[in-house]
Design a protein around this ligand. Structure first.
Ligand code: F6R
Length: 604
């Protein structure tokens, strides 16, 4: 995820920016840069890869007087991770850094290009600085131009901008992406996209609210709200614990990542939906030409999102879809034909087995697509096309938000294909797009449900096993729930299609066998319910997850009433993630780094 830092003061601006960026390293990035305005002279440096490359480039650069500096670590979304695409972005005499996505950048860029502006990068961010300079020509002050620019932007942003026309000032704006400003007794001003760079530098911080914008000078911090009304900063004392700041106050990275699913799914959707269609600017219109079948291939959690996708692709786009475990496909001499689109799914883009299958498919002449979270990863570089999931860095070994964003991308892709193949009516596509917009709200964690799961978790610390069961897309979700529990609690768990239990596993049913039953209201409810009743009749312990009260259950986790099963899917996903987390916590396990597991499996 991108990171922002800013500094206005007399100390070593370069050093402060670089050490601030270092504090943001844990969030992941693929390029970085800084711009410093001192003595009316701009110096800017950018480098791809690790911060050490930027440090090397700035070795000779000295900052020894009052300066305004901004810095950025970039996690590529629009445009490859290259030096040109790294921030800060330059206009004629101003620099900008930005986190988030400018949704209307294409329109703004078109207008600017028509007026003769030359763009150097492929990013959405670059429009901000050019739009600002365009507005500056007719404005009475840099602040007026900045205010106008902010009002013209749509999407999510945290922005810092410095300009020669107002030398000792940093302009800022925040909408949807986090940013704070810090102060200290020495009258310095610090900015960052999260607390950590400010710890040790500032005593008090103000967290900007959506719609806030303004500027800082040596003596002033001016904040305006969305209506243009000046407001007082609300200062809070800054925490002194870096690790807990990195976890945003959560106990574990996994917990933080479960809670941030709402935000990252919003990022996944951003700029990709209109009222009536799904847009993937990154895909060539002819990618699906001549394609009769889709083969999805992945490992672990990514395999589960692929399984979920197979239901959506066949249902929405009526295209034959198969799903493969990468380590199996590799050695079974599969039939790969060129009318098949080969899709690999990977959070890291580096998983050895999945990467090998991608190579196999390419060798066999198939068109390839990767759904991935890491730009410039091996798979993204190798595949013909890629869609980035925009989940940001996932630190917990047990994957959560990566899965959530993969399923979101697949849902969008199924509608994209449905439109191309004319398999859903435009009304149905419009309706589904509306549902997609409701996903971020459906995964928001309520205190009540988390507390309920925490209390229930004490009942599930032993027994001889867990069966997570569900039908249709709730079957892959059951598999994913069981995998989460296995990984971090070390308890035996299996995911099973509800209707399959009677073909064998039901022999295990007794009070020591716990069934976690996914019972959505809007998909095969009666059928799923009778499968659970069969287990209940054999005295298995049942925990039902459903919006409908189920009287045969020992425990019941209520979910909200939704209008569609996919929204139920996303809410239940959060429930199974939290259940595993709380069981693991009670067992005293290392939630973020479970035994025997690694985040990226780059060996066979
Ligand atoms: C489970 C988990 C693993 C990964 C698998 C594939 O929580 O994280 O099962 O999903 O190792 O990794 P990627 O998606 O990076 O290819």
């Amino acid at each position: 995820m991108c990171g922002i830092v800013g500094y206005l003061g007399e100390k070593d601006t370069k050093g402060i920016l670089l050490s601030g960026l270092k504090e943001l390293e844990y969030r992941g990035y693929d390029s970085a840069g800084i711009a410093v305005l001192q003595k009316n002279d701009f110096q800017s440096y950018k480098a791809v890869g690790k911060l050490i490359n930027l440090e090397e480039k700035t070795k000779e650069f000295v900052t020894d007087s009052f300066a305004a500096g901004i810095g950025h670590t970039r996690w590529a979304t629009h445009g490859k991770p290259t030096e040109l695409n790294a921030h800060p972005h330059l206009g004629e005499s101003s620099y900008v850094v930005h986190n988030g996505i400018i949704e209307n950048y294409a329109q703004l860029k078109k207008e600017l290009v028509a007026e003769g502006v030359t763009f150097l990068s492929q990013t959405d961010t670059e429009v901000i600085v050019h739009q600002f300079e365009k507005n500056l020509k007719s404005a009475t002050s840099a602040f007026e131009a900045f205010t106008k620019t902010v009002s013209e932007l749509e999407g999510a942003y945290a922005i810092l901008l410095v300009t020669k026309s107002e030398e000792k000032t940093i302009f800022f704006a925040k909408q949807g992406s986090p940013m704070l400003v810090g102060i200290n007794a020495e009258n310095e001003k610090y900015f960052a996209s999260s607390d950590t760079p400010l710890i040790g530098q500032c005593t008090d911080v103000n967290y900007f609210e959506d719609g806030d914008y303004g500027y800082v000078t040596k003596d002033e911090l001016a904040i305006f709200d969305i209506t243009g009304t000046k407001k007082e900063p609300i200062f809070q004392k800054l925490s002194t614990n870096k690790l807990s700041a990195q976890k945003d106050g959560y106990r574990f990275f996994m917990e933080k990542e479960i809670y941030e699913q709402s935000t990252v799914i919003s990022d996944t959707l951003l700029g990709r939906l209109t009222e009536t269609e799904v847009l993937f600017d990154e895909l060539d219109a002819n990618l699906f030409d001549g394609i009769k079948e889709i083969k999805l291939c992945a490992c672990g959690t990514s395999y589960h999102s692929a399984l979920t996708a197979s239901y959506m692709f066949e249902r929405h786009a009526r295209i034959k879809t198969s799903v493969e475990v990468a380590s199996e496909l590799r050695y079974r001499d599969p039939i790969l034909t060129t009318d098949t689109l080969f899709v690999v799914i990977s959070q890291s883009g580096e998983t050895a087995d999945t990467l090998e299958t991608l190579k196999m498919a390419k060798k066999a002449g198939l068109k390839t697509l990767v759904i991935c979270n890491v730009d410039n990863s091996s798979m993204v570089r190798l595949a013909d096309a890629s869609i980035l999931t925009r989940a940001g860095v996932e630190k917990g070994v047990a994957s959560t938000k990566a899965f959530a964003t993969q399923v979101t991308v697949f849902w969008m892709l199924s509608l994209y294909l449905a439109k191309a193949k004319n398999t859903l009516t435009s009304d149905e596509i419009t309706k589904q797009i509306q549902l997609l917009r409701e996903v971020p709200a459906s995964v928001q964690v309520s205190d009540t449900i988390h507390e309920k799961i925490r209390r229930l978790s004490k009942r599930y610390l032993n027994g001889h096993g867990f069966f997570f069961i569900g039908r249709d897309v709730f079957f892959p979700l059951a598999l994913e729930g069981a995998l989460k529990l296995k990984e971090i609690s070390y308890l035996h768990a299996e995911g099973y299609p509800s209707g399959e239990m009677k073909h064998g596993p039901i022999a295990l049913a007794d009070p020591g066998l716990t069934t976690i039953a996914l019972l959505p209201q809007h998909l095969l409810y009666e059928k799923s319910k009778s499968n659970v009743e069969e287990l209940s009749a054999r005295d298995a312990t049942i925990c039902a997850i459903s919006p409908l009260v189920f009287d045969k259950a020992d425990d019941y986790i209520p979910t909200k009433e939704h209008t569609d099963y996919m929204l139920e899917f996303f809410e239940m996903m959060v429930v199974v993630q939290l259940l595993s987390l709380e069981i693991s916590v009670r067992l005293g396990n290392d939630v973020d780094m479970p035994r025997n597991l690694a985040k990226s499996v780059t060996v066979e």
